[in-house]
Write a new protein. Structure first.
Length: 113
């Protein structure tokens, strides 16, 4: 059974940083591409960063240069380091494997002064 548990969200001031984690289980994490998505109130869920099993990464233009996606295959954990946060980054953040149609519960990120 695929399980994805996100953590690390919170309230941060503009310009601040957060590191999100996603603990994955129930599938072969090592070989599967993973992504971080976010959904802001009233908006569609969007892919902000992705990483292949081999470690190649891709980012949405809105977060390029500020967010970094990494993975620890030994711990079956996905990370998203978010720096220089902006109010428009406020959203619920989710991780997902591209192979299976399962979502975690998400973690709320709020950027506000």
């Amino acid at each position: 059974q695929v399980q994805l548990v996100e953590s690390g969200g919170g309230l941060v001031q503009p310009g601040g940083s957060l590191r999100l984690s996603c603990a994955a289980s129930g599938f072969s994490f090592l070989i599967n591409g993973m992504g971080w998505y976010r959904q802001a109130p009233g908006k569609q869920r969007e892919l902000v960063a992705s990483i292949t099993g081999g470690g190649s990464t891709n980012y949405a233009d809105s977060v390029k240069g500020r967010f970094t996606i990494t993975r620890d295959n030994a711990r079956n954990t996905l990370y998203l380091q978010m720096n220089n946060l902006r109010p428009e980054d406020t959203a619920v953040y989710y991780c997902k494997t591209f192979r299976y149609p399962y979502w975690g519960q998400g973690t709320q990120v709020t950027v506000s002064s």
